[in-house]
Ligand binder design. Structure first.
Ligand SMILES: Cc1cc2nc3c(=O)[nH]c(=O)nc-3n(C[C@H](O)[C@H](O)[C@H](O)COP(=O)(O)OP(=O)(O)OC[C@H]3O[C@@H](n4cnc5c(N)ncnc54)[C@H](O)[C@@H]3O)c2cc1C
Length: 269
């Protein structure tokens, strides 16, 4: 199928993109097109206006400064996966980016698109929650910064409002150690379930994704040293979460991926 007819504007600056978004309520931003274009082809999405941001160079910056990793909305997944600065500052972010889809997808898909799309099985939205990151949004009314936990609201549902443009993600460089693991049917598929583990001394957190509509971060006061105690803790934590489907299987997988991520965190740095 082909998409329904739409008007197309190509912006070359952030200001220009914002002007188009304001002038055309209900319009959609076009970034890598890896999620939006299939939805349009199936006519599950029928925007009357597309605002293409691929020519906006200022959204394509990636840097580590002031104790934060700053990732412009137009940075491609593959750029994130290959960045030496990111690998040094927040190694788990590079690891997670390498698990997004296939090379062709990573080469086109953008971090802004991934975060706006908010697929509950996506690696990056969960990374943002696990790493206490935030999303910088701009609209004709100005700029605001939302913690990831507030930004992701549910199944493909975020705090984005009509006229908003994601301009940047910010992730603090932390002293904690992080681990990541996921279960996929085939390499390159979306995760069935995945986990990030944070180890900050003896405490930390577990963040699960693919279980319910949004990534869930649960703090851990003290990580048990022994594996059976740790698994019991993880079982208790996941038992209290809402799980959308195949409950027993998903909860069991969630404990296994978290345990793998825990060991990975041990080896980080
Ligand atoms: C076969 C296949 C496998 C995939 N596997 C994975 C996977 O394993 N893990 C994973 O995480 N993803 C996966 N993806 C999705 C991929 O990561 C997409 O790149 C991503 O979800 C969307 O990014 P995009 O830049 O292509 O956004 P687009 O498709 O251009 O846009 C997606 C949505 O975000 C909005 N949007 C885009 N940019 C902005 C912005 N700056 N501000 C506001 N709104 C914006 C658009 O309007 C649209 O609603 C896969 C995709 C395919 C086709």
């Amino acid at each position: 199928m082909k998409p329904a007819a739409f008007k197309y504007f190509r912006a070359s600056t952030t200001e220009e993109a914002l002007q188009h978004l304001e002038a055309h309520p209900g319009s959609k931003v076009l970034a890598g097109g890896q999620s939006l274009v299939p939805l349009m082809n199936f006519r599950l999405s029928r925007p009357e206006v597309l605002v293409d941001i691929n020519g906006v160079d200022e959204l394509n910056r990636l840097s580590v400064e002031g104790g934060e990793v700053r990732i412009g909305a137009l940075v491609r997944h593959q750029q994130l996966a290959e960045s030496v600065d990111v690998a040094r500052a927040v190694p788990v972010l590079s690891t997670a980016a390498q698990h997004i889809g296939h090379w062709a997808i990573r080469n086109r898909g953008t971090i802004g698109g991934s975060v706006a799309h908010a697929d509950p099985a996506s690696e990056l939205p969960a990374a943002l929650v696990a790493l206490n990151g935030s999303v910088v949004l701009r609209s004709a009314a100005g700029e605001r910064r939302l913690p990831a936990d507030e930004f992701f609201q549910g199944f493909f549902n975020t705090a984005l409002q009509d006229g908003d443009l994601i301009v940047e993600l910010r992730i603090p460089v932390s002293k904690s150690r992080f681990g990541f693991s996921e279960v996929v049917r085939r390499p390159g598929d979306f995760a069935l379930v995945g986990a990030y583990i944070e180890r900050a001394g003896s405490s930390g957190a577990v963040t699960w994704f693919g279980l319910s509509g949004r990534p869930e971060r649960l703090p851990v006061d003290a990580w048990p040293q022994g594996e059976s105690d740790r698994r019991a803790l993880l079982e208790r934590l996941v038992g209290a979460l809402p799980v959308d489907e195949s409950e027993d299987y998903k909860r069991a997988m969630a404990v296994n991926v978290a345990e793998r991520a825990y060991h990975q965190a041990e080896g980080e740095k």
